[in-house]
Write a protein that binds this ligand. Structure first.
Ligand SMILES: [Zn+2]
Length: 292
């Protein structure tokens, strides 16, 4: 049976969340097994091996600021911040990002990497307490930030919806965002607003972007997308009533009803989003009949 999880949702490790507050366990000499260095622009060291790309983990040191990622195979893995030009990393041959390697790593390494990048992004964007403005510091193995007044802040994730709108037969809507180059298309997407359900966000975004009314909104899986801190919630939705596309030119440059044949062999065959994206997974599942 093929794996229908989106590629960045393939995590295989145990996050061991209860251990984040277990200072005694974390502090045992030799507890830390391996560290993944992440740079300020979210690149990590990568090795080319006969079996493909691997993350170049480093032996962890007990005295370095360390974000606990979880356990795998009986070992504790963590994330450290790195400067590429530091002498410590003079031996690194390749620094690559999640977008470049996320789809080709093993499920265990992909899961650890997406978690490491999400946490690095959050720490970088949260140096001050959002409540009182004082500098905050990382505590609890990097899973909380706290200011001198004790205000607690936790890693943030912003929900976004991404939806394949179909006609109940053989066509779906592909659009090109105004900021994308000509020839690139994907399914529609947008952020969930404050106080809004995911399903309501699907209906609202479709109406705003292409002027369609949708019904039969069905969940189709999710994928973390830490660029910088999104969680993509996938859906399918059935267009109802008038199927005329009325494109909001501010957000969408063009949108089209496209048949399966046009995506697999026709004008849109080279327009599919990259395999890293959940959009790719949803479209290919729809093409193969796994989705309505
Ligand atoms: Zn505070």
């Amino acid at each position: 049976m093929s794996d229908h999880r989106p590629v960045l949702s393939r995590a295989a490790h145990d996050r061991a969340a209860l251990r984040r507050q277990d200072g005694d366990w974390l502090a045992q000499p030799g507890r830390r097994a391996a560290s993944l260095p992440v740079t300020g622009d979210y690149l990590v060291p990568v090795l080319h091996t006969p079996d493909g790309l691997r993350l170049a983990w480093r032996a962890a040191r007990d005295d370095e600021p360390w974000v606990f990622l979880g356990n795998h195979g009986g070992a504790a893995y963590g994330m450290v911040r790195a400067a590429r030009d530091s002498d410590s990393y003079a031996d690194v041959e390749h620094w690559l990002g999640l977008r470049e390697v996320g789809a080709v790593l093993s499920e265990a390494e992909a899961g650890l990497l997406v978690e490491a990048v999400a946490l690095a992004q959050w720490h970088d964007r949260s140096p001050f307490c959002a409540q009182c403005g004082q500098p905050s510091e990382a505590v609890e193995a990097g899973w909380q930030r706290r200011c001198p007044d004790g205000h607690q802040h936790f890693p943030r994730t912003d929900p976004a919806v991404i939806m394949l709108v179909h006609d109940g037969a053989d066509r779906c809507v592909l659009g090109r965002q105004a900021v994308w180059p000509v020839g690139r298309f994907s399914i529609l997407a947008g952020f969930v607003e404050a106080g809004e359900s995911a399903e309501a966000a699907v209906a609202r975004e479709v109406a705003e972007e292409v002027g369609l009314v949708v019904t039969d909104i069905r969940y189709a899986g999710s994928q973390p997308w830490p660029f910088p801190q999104s969680l993509m919630l996938g859906f399918t939705a059935l267009a109802a009533g008038d199927l005329t596309l009325r494109v909001d030119q501010d957000e969408i440059a063009e949108a089209h009803w496209v048949s399966r044949e046009e995506i697999t062999h026709g004008a849109f065959a080279s327009a599919l989003p990259p395999s890293l994206s959940i959009a790719h997974r949803i479209i290919t599942d729809w093409l193969s009949g796994h989705l309505p």
